[in-house]
Write a protein that binds this ligand. Sequence first.
Ligand code: DC
Length: 214
Amino acid sequence: MRISVAIDGPAGAGKSTIAKIVAKNFNLMYINTGSMYRAVTLKSVEANIEPEDIQKVLKIVDNMEMHFENDELILNGENINDKITTPEISNKVSAYASIKEVRAKLVLLMQEMSKKYDVIMDGRDIGTVVLKDATHKFFLTASPEERAERRYKELINKGLEVNYEEILKDIIRRDYLDTNREADPLRKAEDAIEIDTTGLNIQEVVDNICKHIK
Ligand code: DC
């Protein structure tokens, strides 16, 4: 039987950092589903296509070949990791990720990946929609202030000039949009284990998750 691990939670809860380590421990393929929505946003922005123009956005999606190598998304043969983690894309992604037709297409791609490989996927709707039958489900949370602090440090370490207050505002805005959108909103699956990571270090969260998977 295939192993599938779902990790959901709000922006900045530590999902990707934790998922990458757990992936190594259990030899799973790490699928960062947020990066797929970010890729759709990047390509749409590059082509000057607004999220209201759903048909054009869908055409963009149909011309995207996406797979993961070494934890990073490869889009049409190019590693676009640096281009999709900018504040501009973070600001715009919620609008594209709330298009239900886009979600339907990406969810299918994610489900295909989970049939081919043992996966650990992180996102907002993995336990509730994408991998309803996941063998393991986790829901990570942390206070907005702690999540903003983590994202701030991550971007500063990348050499970007960013402002903490703006990141906090963006996190609160995205929490609201992710939780209140009509299509596949962020929520904890009934059978997911909830872990509040506020004040916990990465190893403590990893140990907790690994204990449950074992
Ligand atoms: O995890 P992230 O910040 O990279 O996600 C980017 C955006 O994509 C975020 O605003 C929510 C959305 N998203 C989603 O709607 N469903 C997912 N499974 C993953 C991300």
